[in-house]
Design a binder for this molecule. Structure first.
Ligand SMILES: Cc1ncc(C[n+]2csc(CCOP(=O)(O)OP(=O)(O)O)c2C)c(N)n1
Length: 271
């Protein structure tokens, strides 16, 4: 797909993220915006997933391990036509399918219920092993936050994926440098994450997480890597696309007011 079309999708997805969070007056815009280009490219080009196979296991899978960025996942699923766009305005409302953390039993295209950080990569490991056992050639993608990497379960899962030679598994590490209330380095410094993943036996690739060409190249290299799982360290900006949110930990889990929403939409529409 042409980069210009991908950018249009990503911008529309970013606008919907902000509308969801503003309408609910709660949710996580910062990390949703930082991962928006990565997940757009995955769903619109890299992954084998469409209207016809979304309810089958015979397709690529995506585990949103950093489950708090559900507004991004829902906006992407709506952009793909798997859920109606109007439904996004039920985000975080009582009885909605679109809860603050994604529920795989309710929403088509949500492959794992996540939100308790650290668990998604282990689930993705299981899916990758299951695919190998059942001779299913489809791949498993898993998005992990750099703050999330401070969870011990990530490292158990990393060790297991190497042990099981899960070369059908690709972890994308959203390296935006911030977590809930400050820099990852000030909470429990997880870096150098690339060297740690290498030490766990993974193939590691660095990419600019907002550059479709760079990401596309990295996903191709991951697909061609045999015998070991791949980790793409995606360098991103938390709050990317909205000037007053960029690189601000304060926008991790805060809703914009009406005026801030208007400014954000104007900025994204001018892109
Ligand atoms: C087990 C667990 N502990 C704490 C939290 C609360 N929490 C939600 S998001 C977050 C920070 C995550 O940071 P990061 O993974 O870097 O996410 P991003 O900056 O990409 O949004 C924390 C601590 C949680 N959801 N799960």
């Amino acid at each position: 797909m042409e980069n210009e079309i991908l950018k249009q999708h990503a911008n529309h997805i970013r606008i919907n993220i902000l509308k969801e969070v503003a309408n609910a007056n709660s949710g996580h815009p910062g990390g949703s915006l930082s991962s928006a280009d990565i997940v757009t490219l995955l769903y619109f080009e890299i992954m084998d997933i469409n209207q016809d196979n979304v309810r089958s296991i015979d397709r690529d899978r995506f585990v949103l391990s950093k489950g708090h960025v559900s507004p991004l996942l829902y906006a992407v699923l709506s952009e793909k036509g798997f859920i109606p766009e109007e439904e996004l305005m039920t985000f975080r409302k009582i009885n909605s399918r679109l809860q603050g953390h994604p529920n795989m039993n309710l929403v088509p295209g949500v492959d794992m219920s996540t939100g308790s950080l650290g668990q998604g990569l282990a689930a993705a490991d299981g899916m990758a092993i299951a695919n190998k056992l059942s001779k299913n050639d489809h791949r498993v993608y898993c998005l992990v936050g750099d703050g999330e990497s401070e969870e011990g379960e990530i490292w158990e899962a990393a060790m297991a994926a190497h042990h099981y030679k899960s070369d059908n598994l690709c972890m994308i590490l959203d390296s935006n440098g911030l977590q809930i209330d400050g820099k990852v380095e000030d909470v429990i410094g997880p870096n150098p994450l690339d060297q740690k993943m290498e030490a766990f036996g993974w193939h590691v690739i660095h990419a600019d997480g907002h550059d479709f060409d760079d990401l596309r190249k990295a996903f191709k290299e991951a697909e061609n890597t045999k015998g070991v799982p791949t980790c793409i360290v995606a360098h991103t900006i938390k709050g990317k696309g909205v000037s007053y949110m960029e690189n601000q930990a304060g926008w991790h889990g805060k809703a914009p007011n009406a005026e801030q929403l208007k400014q954000a939409i104007e900025e994204l529409e001018a892109e």
